[in-house]
Ligand binder design. Structure first.
Ligand code: RB5
Length: 154
């Protein structure tokens, strides 16, 4: 498995710890974030990771900024990306099972490293359940590509 990881200047330490944690599990990690505390605009790493996920260069992505909000918003602008920001493992697991998320995001100012590891673990071990969930994923894609949703007009 190969993941991409990205971060901004407030999440360097957490990014490095999560990267090491993933590598210790045998996961290949492409680090496209910053490694200094100089101001680094989160859309840059959000976009880089999203692009790699959307292209199929990697199997998924991990994004970390102060809250996880800005960086996940940026990633979600790339077609095909379903990035979820969360602060606890339950949402991380359900985001895979029901929403087929391909990027998980969290905030270094919001959660501690142990919770971050639990989030990553739950997200990686969960599998998309498809079935009844696929129709909603297809609706999200319809909004994304057409800026409209036929089901909402009925
Ligand atoms: C940086 O100050 C901060 O705005 C950023 O890390 C993130 O929290 C944005 O959503």
């Amino acid at each position: 498995m190969k993941l991409a990881i990205g971060n901004d200047h407030v999440a360097v330490d957490m990014k490095n710890e999560i990267k090491e944690y993933l590598e210790a599990k045998g996961i290949e990690v492409a680090d496209v974030g910053t490694n200094t505390t100089e101001r680094f605009n989160y859309p840059v790493s959000g976009y880089r990771v999203a692009r790699m996920v959307a292209d199929g260069t990697v199997d998924g992505g991990v994004l970390i900024c102060g809250t996880g909000v800005g960086i996940s918003l940026a990633a979600n602008k790339v077609h095909g990306i379903r990035a979820c920001v969360c602060s606890e493992p339950y949402t991380a697991r359900l985001s895979r099972q029901h929403n087929n998320t391909n990027i998980i995001a969290f905030g270094s100012r919001v959660i501690g490293i142990e919770t971050a590891k639990m989030i990553v673990d739950e997200w990686l071990s969960a599998e998309y359940e498809s079935g009844r969930h696929q129709i909603r994923i297809d609706m999200i894609a319809e909004i994304e590509t057409g800026q409209s949703l036929s089901a909402a007009e009925k």
